[in-house]
Design a protein around this ligand. Sequence first.
Ligand code: NAD
Length: 384
Amino acid sequence: MIEIGVLGAGTMGSGIAQVAAQAGHVVHLVDVNESAVQNAKRNLEAVLSKLVEKGKISADEHTAIIGRINYSSDILSFQNCGLIIEAIIEKIEVKHKVFEQLEGVVSEECILASNTSSLSIASIGSVLEKSDRIIGIHFFNPAPLMPLVEIIPSVQTSNQTLETAKSLIASWKKTVCICKDTPGFIVNRVARPFYGEALRIYEEGIADFATIDWAMTSIGGFKMGPFTLMDYIGNDVNYAVTESVFSAFYYDPRFKPSFTQKRHSEAGFYGRKSGRGYYNYAEGVELPKATEDNVIGQEIFERIIVMLINEAFDALFLNVASREDIDLAMMKGVNYPKGLLQWADELGLDWVLSKLENLFEEYGEDRYRPNPLLKRKVKALKHA
Ligand SMILES: NC(=O)c1ccc[n+]([C@@H]2O[C@H](COP(=O)([O-])OP(=O)(O)OC[C@H]3O[C@@H](n4cnc5c(N)ncnc54)[C@H](O)[C@@H]3O)[C@@H](O)[C@H]2O)c1
């Protein structure tokens, strides 16, 4: 079994190290910050002890897993690794520097992967001499619990790098989806309207946060409504992703960020982590009640779901991923109750299209333009 290197011992790096060690690999977890290394060690040991208490792993397994994780602040510990997954700060200049250094330490065969959520894999790989070893391996937070991993080959990635990464991550009992090196990959691209359209509906005064959340959970069957979910993710984090996807798509109005979210973020209303977001989480404060009006609820659900479906069609149209992977990614990465393309079939493609056409006509905004592939499919169905 190859040894795995994980660079960055923060939220993602420690989760990834846990997954790899539980899968039986010797893992080297490295961070420049000595206290981050110590924190990760403490946290991982506590998490693994909890797993023993819950009966998920035995005491012997616990000892073996802990024994397989080495902690260090020196990348020289990566010398014998067959794969390194970088999970450091999301800044391209820092990643460039670090990947250059990594290549100086590892063997010719070692795969160099990034867990970046928003940066281009091609750009990260551009600093490598042997750039066909670069690949994106994108875990979701928390890495030990979320089943999805998006694997992103860039224009430089060799087939061998892709195949090795794919089978390795699948052997860690993760659901692997292959995705083109495009902004937001699958999940962070296709999910944008879940937040963006909900915020827009709120801004238009159609409903308040609680009612929109109620519509999406009770009528749509989603596990969490958009505002509850944004409060979990953190408005600062979710806003930053939206802005980065918006600019990466050359300011396509489909991805336009919302002032409501910007102001909440600027005010420090990040969500659960700051005690207040769209909702107030202070002790003793009751959460607002939804106005459970089925007509409005249905309208909210329909508007958000057709926008999500349109985005899923766009990802398929531009070959970002296969139909199966687009549906699987949304179910395993963000817990959607159904894949969006399957959902579209169930709702009826002509119904989805006419809903989008109505929005496009009413608003005259490019964000509502129906995807050409959806239009083609509806046309084909009519002529079948
Ligand atoms: N947090 C998420 O939900 C999430 C999900 C998927 C992917 N990601 C991506 O994973 C990466 C890490 O995110 P995170 O949330 O774990 O960040 P984090 O802030 O929790 O951890 C980053 C760690 O990297 C360390 N670091 C910074 N520069 C370094 C360097 N030059 N060498 C070694 N270590 C260095 C820091 O000390 C810190 O401990 C980012 O690229 C992010 O986009 C994050």
